[in-house]
Design a protein around this ligand. Structure first.
Ligand code: 5GP
Length: 198
């Protein structure tokens, strides 16, 4: 059967400890969605391949892509720049492929503001909210983090939660299986949107 529909673009945000990366990865391993390959100015780590793990760019190449308006969103993280190419995402959506973007609230603002017709038809966003007590328990459970780091993450989570009303969907996180079931149910429902029909 030929799939004549566009794919869903689902932007997923949530605080550190929300489990969003695990959720997206698990759905990808189950072949329910794909990640896009980002651009970065950081050096490849051992074993990382260009155009597989990232598109590795120089600072000048990255700046040129910003100037050409090629990024759907970009951000500076720990002194390196990272961004998602608009053309890569559109190509996947045109093939009917579901794409998830695991990005922070600022990245989500940039994608939401994109005026491209295909992105607009396919776009959806989900915020993963973890109640404060539960988040504190999860972050404290990671024995590696110092108390100040946990306190900072909790403050950051409160700031991110303030952005929740900008999102279309909210998943109130419970346990892994509940969250995964809710996430995959959302992906399936989104793939039935009339706006995806050509
Ligand atoms: P790493 O260098 O460890 O692969 O990634 C560092 C950080 O950059 C992670 O928090 C990751 O989510 C973020 N990141 C990776 N790709 C992108 C991207 O395309 N856009 C944005 N905004 N952040 C990204």
């Amino acid at each position: 059967m030929i799939n004549t529909n566009y794919g869903t673009l689902l932007v997923v945000s949530g605080p550190s400890g929300s489990g969003k990366t695990t959720l997206c990865r698990r759905a990808m391993e189950a072949d329910l969605c794909r990640y896009s390959i980002s651009c970065t100015t950081r050096a490849p780590r051992e074993g990382e391949q260009n155009d597989v793990d990232y598109h590795f760019l120089t600072h000048d190449e990255f700046s040129a892509k910003i100037a050409n308006g090629e990024f759907l969103e970009y951000a500076e993280v720990h002194g390196n720049r990272y961004g998602t190419l608009k053309a890569d995402i559109i190509q996947l959506l045109e093939q009917g492929i579901t794409v998830v973007m695991d990005i922070d609230v600022q990245g989500a603002d940039q994608v939401r503001a994109c005026v491209d017709e295909v992105i607009g038809r396919c776009y959806s966003d989900l915020y993963i909210h973890v109640p404060q007590d539960e988040l504190k328990a999860r972050l404290s459970g990671r024995a590696t983090d110092a108390d100040e780091v946990i306190a900072l993450r909790l403050r950051n989570a409160a700031d991110e939660d303030a952005c929740m009303p900008r999102y279309q969907f909210c998943l109130v996180s419970q346990d892994r299986e509940h969250d995964y079931d809710a996430f995959t149910a959302l992906l399936k429902a989104l793939s039935m949107r009339i706006s995806l029909m050509r």
